[in-house]
Design a protein around this ligand. Structure first.
Ligand SMILES: Nc1ncnc2c1ncn2[C@@H]1O[C@H](COP(=O)(O)OP(=O)(O)OP(=O)(O)O)[C@@H](O)[C@H]1O
Ligand SMILES: [Mg+2]
Length: 384
């Protein structure tokens, strides 16, 4: 059977492409009903954005999905947040000229217009007098009032939130968001972002406005049992048969259940006409390697020599104790440089400490320090 849909996307996984996360989805829904704001944290490419989009899709609720990627100045941040507010407004009100007048009265400090698809709310700024903090605070409050009047509640998802840190009024904008988040229970904020380290600085630092505002939700890798169901459903669609155990085990061994690599590898495998065997998985993984090699080498080049050596050692021998004598002897380094290197690699999300075992991956042990990217670990082992 020829499958034309992108069942293993490299971007957001939604609907049929989406595998499991039952526990997290239910937690999101409970938190939403209690109006608890959330920050979703994980290393890169574990599936944060997909999860929130999937939950929004399932809840059928008014929502905004704002992406602050490269929003490095006040004007861009304000524009994106106003776009999010426009999104919510357009889902709760029917698009009509009559309502436009009403909406203009509620959002009196803004320019409100009606297009064929949505109400558009824009800032009425005049160069130097533009005040991002005031605009964002006023617009979010107006949205809260509108939601209350219509007895509705909305999800306001802000992704790549760490990028706000570069804007001129970053701290005051976060203060404005905090005020609104504390005053209303009709807007539930969900924050996330791909730079875990920078994101946590905004939520864990006592001096930051959003400190202790949100429930933290840590996302782990999807389990092999859940992937087994998902991949078999996709295999049945494509080859009208389930995957042989050996094939599945080989997929899990290479990808280590990393969502991004799972999709990359399966995307290759699902191009085959016949049900793949373990050898086909080897070939497909090599193909992924060829595609990604340059990017990985560029990533490695950004590291210091000490960090590169440590990463290589960890790819070959994941360890529980980076300061035990055996590991120090293997890497041939002093305890202090190993400590510094490990700290830097953790901050860069190049390595991680395992806090969840999986029966499909017996070699991955609790508390082990491992290279986070399974393809990078493969490259390091290949060239060692
Ligand atoms: N639940 C899931 N089921 C199937 N595939 C998934 C799932 N979650 C994520 N993926 C896949 O994993 C990859 C990363 O997903 P996504 O972009 O949602 O992650 P992210 O954590 O937001 O990444 P980043 O840290 O870069 O922002 C994509 O290829 C996506 O299709
Ligand atoms: Mg993301």
């Amino acid at each position: 059977m020829q499958l034309t849909e992108d069942i293993f996307p490299s971007k957001l996984a939604i609907g049929e492409q989406f595998c499991n996360r039952t526990k997290e989805r239910s937690l999101f829904k409970t938190n939403f009903s209690k109006s608890r704001h959330m920050v979703l944290i994980s290393p890169r490419r574990y599936g944060k954005s997909s999860l929130v989009h999937q939950v929004i899709l399932e809840l059928h609720l008014p929502s905004a999905s704002v992406d602050l990627f490269l929003a490095h100045d006040d004007l861009t941040v304000t524009k994106r947040i106003l776009q999010g507010i426009s999104e919510v407004v357009s889902t709760i009100l029917p698009l009509s000229e009559k309502l436009l007048t009403k909406l203009q009265a509620i959002f009196s400090a803004f320019k409100v217009s009606l297009t064929a698809k949505y109400f558009n709310i824009e800032a009425t700024y005049t160069g130097a007098t533009f005040d991002a903090v005031d605009q964002i605070y006023t617009a979010l409050n107006a949205l809260a009032n509108l939601l209350k009047e219509h007895k509705k509640k909305a999800i306001f998802f802000i992704d790549e939130f760490q990028d706000i840190a570069n804007s001129q009024s970053a701290k005051s904008i976060q203060g404005a968001i905090r005020n609104v988040a504390q005053q209303t229970s009709d807007i539930v904020f969900i924050f996330s972002g791909s730079n875990r380290h920078l994101l946590l600085e905004l939520f864990d630092d006592k001096s930051m406005p959003l400190y202790m505002l949100c429930d933290k939700i840590y996302l782990e890798r999807i389990s092999s049992i859940d992937y087994c169901h998902h991949l078999n459903a996709m295999a049945l669609k494509k080859w009208v048969a389930k995957l042989p155990d050996q094939t599945f085990n080989q997929i899990v061994k290479y990808t280590e259940l990393h969502a991004f690599y799972m999709n990359m590898l399966c995307n290759q495998l699902w191009l085959l006409d016949k049900l793949p065997n373990a050898h086909d998985v080897d070939l497909a993984w090599e193909c992924c390697f060829d595609l990604e090699q340059r990017r990985m080498v560029a990533e490695l080049e950004k590291l210091t020599k000490n960090q590169q050596d440590l990463l290589k050692a960890l790819a070959l021998n994941p360890t529980m104790e980076s300061n035990n004598q055996q590991f120090l002897t293997t890497v041939g380094k002093a305890a202090s440089s190993v400590r510094l290197g490990i700290k830097a690699l953790l901050e860069k999300d190049m390595i991680y400490i395992v806090n969840q075992e999986d029966s499909g991956l017996p070699m991955v042990k609790l508390k082990q320090i491992r290279v986070l990217d399974p393809l990078l670990a493969y490259l390091l082992r290949k060239y060692s």
